[in-house]
Design a protein around this ligand. Structure first.
Ligand SMILES: [Mn+2]
Length: 227
């Protein structure tokens, strides 16, 4: 009966399956998924369908699902469509188009109903889970990003986030390529970042990045898993 957290799968169903296998995920466990299941990688819609039908997988809204909902809203603007397209929506659009109409509607309803943060207690510890960062409204919670030293705004709860690739917190953008090369040459991969105010578990899954990983944190004991 363990609780696991992952985030930012971005259509990489192979890594997702390998992670479930790695942790030995069973129907007695709970998996919290901090959003951004879709876009970039090929199998986001297929993953959403599986998550939707699995009662012990609990998903939060990410900014990519938020962009998807905006674009399926009749009030969507050209700007909304352009932004989602810039963010790798092609496999998601194709996946949604391949669904029967009713099933697509059900999936969009599922996304609309997703929470944007969750407070959970595991053992003696309280956690606050959110895709981007705690904020006043949905937009801020799915798009927000901390800096490395941003304090925890939720007193008494361990804050766990996705969305901001750990690489971007570790190194300035101009130095990223050299940093990645160095890591790759040492056979290293990105790992979960334990900042003073939060834990960031987005290790770059879905990006074109030789040192990326899908990370998973077990809340019961802090064990970390990577595939
Ligand atoms: Mn995101």
């Amino acid at each position: 009966m363990a609780s696991y957290v992952i985030s930012d799968i971005h259509g990489e169903a192979d890594r997702f399956d390998k992670m479930l296998e790695t942790v030995g995920f069973s129907e007695n466990d709970t998996l919290y998924i901090l959003g951004d299941v879709v876009d970039r990688g090929p199998a986001g819609v297929e993953l959403l369908e599986r998550i939707r039908r699995t009662p012990n997988m609990v998903m939060l809204l990410g900014n990519h699902e938020y962009m998807c909902l905006q674009c399926f809203d009749p009030a969507a603007t050209e700007k909304d469509h352009r932004r989602w397209a810039r963010n790798g929506n092609a496999p998601t659009l194709a996946g949604l188009a391949a669904l029967p109409d009713g099933q697509r509607e059900d999936l969009l309803c599922f996304l609309k109903a997703l929470p944007t943060f969750l407070e959970v207690r595991v053992g003696e510890r309280d956690f606050y889970l959110v895709h981007g960062f705690p904020g006043e409204n949905v937009h801020d919670r799915v798009w927000g990003r901390p800096t490395l030293d941003t304090p925890n705004p939720i007193p008494g709860r361990q804050l766990i986030i996705g969305h901001t690739p750990v690489l971007s917190l570790l190194v300035e953008e101009a130095l990223e390529d050299a940093y990645i090369l160095g890591m790759a040459s040492r056979g290293e991969r990105l790992t979960i970042l334990h900042a003073p105010g939060y834990i960031d578990i987005d290790c770059g899954c879905g990006h074109q990045l030789p040192v990326k990983a899908l990370a998973c944190l077990r809340l019961d004991d802090g064990a970390e898993f990577y595939v």
